[in-house]
Design a protein around this ligand. Structure first.
Ligand SMILES: [Fe+2]
Ligand SMILES: [Fe+2]
Length: 163
């Protein structure tokens, strides 16, 4: 419960400061940075916090953190793309007409769609930037509970959950 309150507080007060921007300059190339900047401020801050958290764990355990930090910064980038496809959109528009606007309540469905699809959508977006396959794998599986034997992925999941 306390964790959720803290997350809500962080969400409300999110701010990407000069130090964060330097960190982003250090970790991301121009294409990645352009995408990252399209995320909402609270998503940006969340991703920066996840990245610094994974980096800390890697440093303490003498692990190479380059893939993991980049995956952490970009892990929720699919939230940019996770919109309804054209058929779903058309159905919504038709239903909206028939129901005279009462369909608005179904915006919740879009949130559910985003929740389930943003890991895959994120990986697809980054594939277009020729991101390496390990980073794509980490992003694609950051909500996959069935993979338990991948140390880097486990670190990403833990840090995602506590930031
Ligand atoms: Fe996510
Ligand atoms: Fe996340």
């Amino acid at each position: 419960m306390f964790k959720r309150i803290k997350q809500f507080y962080n969400y409300m007060t999110a701010n990407v400061d000069a130090e964060d921007k330097m960190y982003l300059d250090k970790c991301l190339n121009t294409d990645e940075r352009n995408l990252f900047d399209k995320l909402s401020v609270h998503e940006q801050k969340h991703s920066i916090n996840v990245a610094k958290d994974v980096e800390n764990i890697c440093d303490k355990n003498s692990m190479n953190s380059s893939n993991l930090v980049k995956a952490a910064l970009m892990h929720d980038i699919g939230k940019l793309k996770a919109k309804m496809n054209i058929i779903e959109k058309s159905i919504i528009v038709i239903l909206d007409n028939i129901s005279k606007g009462r369909i608005k309540r179904f915006t919740k469905l879009e949130k559910i769609y985003v929740y389930y699809n943003h890991p895959d959508d994120g990986a697809k977006i980054l594939e277009e930037l020729n991101e390496n396959s390990r980073i794509l794998y980490l992003i694609r599986n950051h909500h996959n509970k069935s993979i338990k034997d991948d140390l880097e992925l486990s670190i990403l999941k833990i840090c995602d959950d506590r930031n």
